[in-house]
Ligand binder design. Structure first.
Ligand code: F6R
Length: 246
């Protein structure tokens, strides 16, 4: 795994945005795997700025998001569809019909997951995937477990994830208890993976991801096995990972 150390969140965002912009410019019809949460917001902000400066064109881009809460419709301001529209899609020239997330309103979870896998297959897989890191080591909503889940599946969110995500909701009871998430095999199938990590509170889990054993107990540790996985993390996040980082 290549590890880039940046001074802070802004540096992390800029570095990741440069790599994404390089991907978009080198292959204008790229399939980008996207994430929600606090981590990628700065990257999306930078990409929007470059789009406004006429440096980026999203007209032939396809996007595949990692996950969506089960039961939330696109209009719900806590849905990941809403987040993506608000933080990226509404501000660039992407064709909305080429932006995909699992269908949170589909009550039949098997159907929702099957359909999402068919979409990913249909677009030919993911060229570049960006990931945030959960405090428990999750990527997408692949929570710590006994084995790596392969394809899109329905997960029961762990207490740790509900606790971490309640900041986006009015009260903890409003946090959905389930989500549809891309699986580890699909994530690992991406041509390049960027794992973005910021902040001291993720320093210990990031140390385990980079230096610990590959185990489904720390789902992101599987990235050690990917030939083109890049960690972009700030000094605080790398504070327990000695001597690493270019
Ligand atoms: C979001 C996702 C999650 C987050 C992770 C970190 O689509 O799949 O894995 O990336 O929970 O969240 P933040 O960035 O809010 O710390």
């Amino acid at each position: 795994m290549r590890v880039y150390k940046t001074k802070d969140y802004e540096g992390m965002s800029k570095k990741a945005a440069f790599l994404m912009a390089a991907q978009i410019n080198a292959k204008p019809d790229s399939v980008l795997g996207l994430a929600t949460g606090s981590t990628p917001v700065g990257v999306y902000r930078q990409l929007i700025q470059w789009y406004r400066e006429d440096l980026l064109d999203f007209s032939r881009i396809t996007t595949i998001n990692l996950d969506e809460y089960r039961g939330l419709a696109a209009e719900n301001d806590q849905s990941y569809r809403y987040f993506m529209n608000h933080n990226l899609f509404d501000h660039v020239n992407i064709r909305k019909e080429c932006t995909y997330l699992p269908d949170g309103t589909e009550p039949d979870s098997k159907k929702a997951c099957r359909e999402y896998d068919a979409i990913i297959k249909g677009v030919g897989g993911i060229d570049l995937q960006i990931l945030g890191l959960g405090r428990n080591g999750h990527i997408g909503f692949n929570e710590p477990g006994d084995y790596f889940e392969k394809t899109t599946h329905c997960v029961d969110l762990t207490e740790s994830t509900i606790e971490a995500n309640k900041r986006f909701f009015q009260k903890e009871e409003d946090v959905p208890r389930q989500a549809y998430t891309m699986g580890i095999q699909t994530i690992m199938g991406a041509g390049t993976i960027l794992l973005l990590v910021s902040g001291e509170e993720k320093a210990e889990i990031l140390r385990q991801v980079i230096c610990g054993p590959v185990t489904p107990r720390v789902p992101a540790s599987i990235l050690q096995m990917h030939p083109r996985a890049v960690v972009i993390a700030d000094e605080a996040a790398l504070s327990r990972t000695e001597n690493l980082g270019e």
